[in-house]
Design a protein around this ligand. Structure first.
Ligand SMILES: NC(=O)c1ccc[n+]([C@@H]2O[C@H](COP(=O)([O-])OP(=O)(O)OC[C@H]3O[C@@H](n4cnc5c(N)ncnc54)[C@H](O)[C@@H]3O)[C@@H](O)[C@H]2O)c1
Length: 250
């Protein structure tokens, strides 16, 4: 059990990568809180984890809203008494090239993908400090590291911001034994991506950019998150960790 009794909040955990991470963590002994806007799906996901022997709760959380963070973390502390790991996974991608991007859509991208993790870290730091340390994992992308030819500008902007936020936190809060790292996956086979990849040309494009010759599986990303959350990564701090089959090594 690599996360035995660690209290973890995973945001955006009702589906996709967040759910895969919550599942893996729950089965490794963590006390998992699945934070999401989607209540019905999130509650069902937590119930499925409980039925597999994990300790899991759904918490309603809108990462863009500071009051929602305060309420979610208060509920978590009520139940678990501490916070060891925060996974800032919730994210959206409004796929429009810069010339067609409205200010409203840009602001929504910034609110969920940048303000969200910023607020999560803001409110998690005092809890982690009180607990003697912690691990923050931000869900970036290869777009945290490179300009990506298939991805419009706003997504690269927010994922780049997240990697700088991570670096700032790790140099300033390592003294409190709080580590912060950013995961940088290439295209992952989530249900949404599988839908998009039904177009064979698109699939060829995306698989073609990966030296390992396949898309990432959700389990590949969950395994990397598990490592960064665990005490095995006690000396890993400030890393932008590609889970990309070599995409950023070209
Ligand atoms: N799928 C990929 O190929 C891929 C690759 C690299 C990085 N990522 C990143 O991984 C993360 C998860 O992606 P995914 O593909 O699983 O996405 P997804 O759309 O399947 O799931 C995102 C989850 O976040 C939740 N969410 C959205 N806005 C929220 C908010 N304001 N507050 C709380 N929850 C909210 C949604 O309800 C959903 O459950 C994102 O940050 C994404 O940018 C995805």
């Amino acid at each position: 059990m690599r996360l035995k009794d660690k209290a973890v909040l995973v945001t955006g955990a009702a589906q996709g990568l967040g759910l895969a991470i919550a599942r893996r963590f729950g089965l490794e002994g963590a006390i998992v809180f699945l934070g999401d806007l989607q209540e019905e799906q999130g509650r069902a996901a937590a119930a499925e984890l409980v039925s597999r022997g994990a300790r899991a709760w759904f918490i309603r959380l809108d990462v863009a809203d500071e009051e929602s963070w305060k309420a979610a973390l208060a509920e978590l502390i009520d139940r678990a008494g501490k916070l060891d790991v925060l996974v800032n996974n919730a994210g959206i991608n409004i796929r429009r090239p810069i010339e067609e991007m409205s200010v409203e859509n840009l602001d929504r991208m910034l609110a969920v993908n940048v303000r969200g993790p910023f607020l999560g870290i803001k409110h998690a730091l005092p809890l982690m400090r009180r607990n003697g340390g912690g691990s923050i994992i931000n869900m970036g992308s290869v777009c945290s590291l490179i300009g990506h030819k298939f991805t419009p500008e706003a997504y690269t902007l927010v994922k780049g911001a997240l990697s700088q936020l991570t670096r700032s936190v790790d140099v300033r809060y390592a003294k409190d034994n709080i580590r912060a790292n950013v995961l940088c996956p290439s295209t992952v086979e989530t249900p949404l991506v599988q839908e998009m990849m039904k177009d064979p040309e698109r699939r060829r494009e995306r698989v073609g950019e990966v030296p390992l010759g396949r898309l990432a599986a959700m389990e590949d990303v969950a395994a990397a998150a598990l490592y960064l959350a665990s005490d095995e990564a006690a000396f890993i701090n400030g890393v932008a960790f590609p889970v990309d089959g070599g995409v950023t090594a070209w």
